[in-house]
Design a protein around this ligand. Structure first.
Ligand SMILES: Cc1cc2nc3c(=O)[nH]c(=O)nc-3n(C[C@H](O)[C@H](O)[C@H](O)COP(=O)(O)OP(=O)(O)OC[C@H]3O[C@@H](n4cnc5c(N)ncnc54)[C@H](O)[C@@H]3O)c2cc1C
Length: 426
């Protein structure tokens, strides 16, 4: 039997919403707090005041390799809040690279915020509420907020679904070990530039990975499915993302100076000058080396952390991180008083992180692709000696090593998986 808890989830990004929906479905009372005016976090869309124009300026698309996340995305598709996006993708500025292989890319419809808004519909959500401090009242938690001071509500558990640098100051006074994990990762900024054109843009692709200069990714936002008519031809909206290290080095530039440099790089790729543009500076866009813990949970304090930085650094990892934390909380001794099938399922989820996301890569490497086979391979071959690059490890055949080197360069999606395998093996 499960004891019903009163739970505060701080952060209404996809990790927090995933965690909150799982806990509410398990019978707990959940309240989600977010400092912004709408949920979704970095799955975000800029809209004009009159709502005639929009552009996704955070996450561009998401993949669904894990079966549980694939099932969730299917639910989103059925609800009309996500769809496949099949852009013509190019890889620019490196003639040695082939075009990326086929990949299912999903986007929110009619905008990237839609899946989060759909999840939030069934939750108790307090927006415009910045949590500044956590207080202990005996075994319970109280929240101190910038807008409303110290809230009256007491919570049995607090779950921080925040980027690492924002989770750290809240966790640090109570749980130094959790705070240390948050302090150990480096999150990087990203300049985003949204371009509005009055006519069609004559470039032979809808999206491109750019492998040199300030830009990393450019996309014809209006080629995404379900966008409003105002975004459709002949008008076009493009999105430029700057490369992470370049963004970090230029994060404090005034927006017009950052924009000028990015527009010059776009012009060098054949892009026309836009009549209108808007810049956005993300302070915490991605994690240089995300952790692989999945989530973190202090059972005695009932304080937990989830988010993309704990699980690979993308939308899929963030959603799974939220699910993992919900499962860990449900397994806590004071919460779960009797074993049940659901309990066993949650136990499996929390104790045996899925390695399914490696299966496509393992298939290409000619290795076993089921979870057990992948887990056994990783356990047998780790740890790699410090300083050894993944592709240089002695156990690969020359063909496997070449494939890993090539995949790392070829496509950001595969590069991410190869990075995760690298971390898992070290
Ligand atoms: C520029 C950019 C490009 C990206 N491209 C891709 C991509 O193509 N594919 C992909 O899969 N992923 C991409 N990502 C990453 C993806 O967006 C994230 O992995 C994912 O959205 C993270 O979700 P989250 O819930 O962990 O964190 P977030 O989405 O950051 O959610 C955290 C929430 O916490 C709130 N918050 C912060 N501090 C407080 C506080 N003190 N009190 C209350 N609320 C607070 C914030 O307002 C936010 O809503 C991109 C991200 C960026 C920025």
């Amino acid at each position: 039997m499960t004891r019903r808890l009163n739970i505060a989830v701080i952060g209404a990004g996809i990790a927090g919403l995933s965690c909150a929906t799982a806990l509410q479905a398990a019978g707990h009372s959940v309240q989600v707090f977010d400092k912004s005016r709408g949920g979704g976090g970095r799955m975000s869309t800029r809209r004009s005041a009159d709502e005639t124009w929009q552009c996704d300026h955070g996450a561009q698309y998401f993949t669904a390799r894990d079966p549980a996340f694939a099932a969730e995305v299917a639910r989103w598709q059925q609800a009309g809040v996500a769809a496949l996006w099949a852009p013509r993708v190019a890889v620019l500025n490196d003639p040695s690279l082939r075009q990326p292989g086929p990949l299912d890319r999903f986007v929110g419809t009619p905008r990237m915020t839609a899946p989060a808004q759909w999840l939030a519909e069934s939750l108790k959500l307090s927006l415009g509420t910045t949590v500044q401090r956590l207080h202990r009242d005996g075994p319970l938690w109280q929240l101190e907020t910038a807008e409303h001071g110290r809230l009256d509500s007491r919570f049995d558990a607090v779950l921080l679904a925040l980027p690492a640098p924002q989770a750290w100051p809240l966790a640090e006074p109570h749980a130094p070990a959790l705070a240390a994990a948050a302090a150990s990762v480096r999150m990087r900024g990203c300049w985003a530039l949204m371009l509005q054109f009055d006519g069609p843009v004559d470039l032979p692709f809808d999206a491109a990975f750019v492998n040199s200069g300030p830009l990393r990714w450019i996309a014809r936002d209006s080629s995404k499915p379900g966008r409003p008519a105002a975004n459709a031809a002949p008008q076009e909206t493009w999105l430029l993302h700057a490369e992470a290290e370049w963004s970090e080095a230029h994060l404090e530039l005034p927006p017009d100076e950052a924009a000028a440099l990015m527009l010059a790089a776009f012009a060098a790729l054949g892009g026309p000058a836009p009549p209108r543009w808007t810049a956005h500076r993300w302070r915490y866009a991605d994690t240089r080396q995300p952790l692989l813990d999945g989530c973190l949970w202090d059972v005695s304090l009932r304080l937990g952390l989830c988010g993309d930085w704990l699980n690979g650094g993308k939308v899929e990892g963030a959603w799974l991180s939220g699910q993992g934390l919900a499962a860990k909380l449900s397994l806590s001794p004071a919460v779960c008083e009797r074993s049940s099938t659901a309990h066993q399922h949650q136990q499996e989820l929390a104790m045996n992180p899925s390695f399914h996301h490696f299966s496509e890569l393992f298939a290409q490497l000619g290795l076993a692709t089921d979870d057990d086979g992948i887990r056994t391979f990783i356990e047998q071959h780790r740890p790699l000696p410090a300083g050894t690059l993944l592709a240089d490890a002695a156990f690969w055949t020359p063909a496997q090593a070449a494939l890993l080197r090539e995949q790392k360069q070829l496509d950001a999606d595969w590069a991410e998986i190869v990075d995760q395998l690298n971390l898992a093996l070290h």
